[in-house]
Write a protein that binds this ligand. Structure first.
Ligand SMILES: Nc1nc2c(c(=O)[nH]1)N[C@H]1C(S)=C(S)[C@@H](COP(=O)(O)O)O[C@H]1N2
Ligand SMILES: [Mo]
Length: 200
């Protein structure tokens, strides 16, 4: 395993622990939807039911996964819908600068629009060839390989386009607003002016 694949302060354990705050939601296909709202180009809201979402164009992606609690999984194979495909159907307004990704139970994480739409960002439904396990985000989770794992929101239900940055769940509880593992941006006290909105 090439050393250079490990960001500073990370190690590769055996197995893959599930990491999250709060309970694992139950998937009810007939009630599930995915919404895109906020600063859309049309200012309208978009909504996919589970069958609609499952029919969207898909891709595969192999990427490393870095949790801020210092474990890294190398070479994970994800498959799902690229965020760029979703945004092509539900485009952001020119004035949209950031997104908030919302999960069941109100968990959230923020990203600049450019980071959200990067070519390696997926709304994943499968990992290593099998549907996601419930505790790993079934039916849909975000995957943002170039940010710490807390930005890879499990149980995604909505994308909100924003015209200013706003902190998500962990970003307002002491974690770095950007969270780049290669720069070891773990905590909000490491932020430089301009890295994120003021902490309340
Ligand atoms: N909805 C939700 N998504 C979440 C979390 C969470 O608490 N709730 N935890 C995040 C964190 S800190 C990490 S490291 C990854 C862990 O993904 P895994 O459980 O598949 O390993 O999920 C992220 N996504
Ligand atoms: Mo994490």
């Amino acid at each position: 395993m090439p050393e250079h694949r490990l960001p500073p302060g990370q190690h590769v354990p055996r197995g893959w622990p599930a990491v999250h705050y709060g309970p694992v939601p139950r998937f009810r296909p007939e009630r599930w939807d995915l919404r895109v709202y906020g600063m859309t180009a049309s200012l309208g809201e978009y909504r996919w039911t589970w069958p609609d979402f499952a029919a969207l164009p898909r891709t595969d992606l192999t990427a490393d996964f870095h949790c801020v609690t210092r474990f890294t999984r190398l070479g994970v194979c994800w498959s799902g819908v690229p965020t760029s495909e979703l945004a092509a159907l539900a485009p952001p307004a020119d004035s949209a600068t950031h997104v908030m990704v919302w999960a069941e139970y109100g968990y959230s994480a923020n990203l600049p629009v450019a980071d959200f739409l990067a070519s390696d960002v997926l709304l994943a439904t499968h990992r290593d060839g099998a549907p996601l396990a419930a505790e790993h985000g079934h039916p849909v989770r975000l995957v943002v390989p170039r940010r710490y794992g807390w930005k890879s929101v499990k149980w995604v239900r909505a994308i909100e386009y924003l015209d200013a940055d706003r902190r998500g769940f962990w970003e307002e509880r002491g974690y770095h607003n950007r969270g780049d593992p290669w720069r070891e941006e773990r905590y909000s006290y490491q932020e430089e002016p301009g890295d994120g909105p003021p902490l309340a």
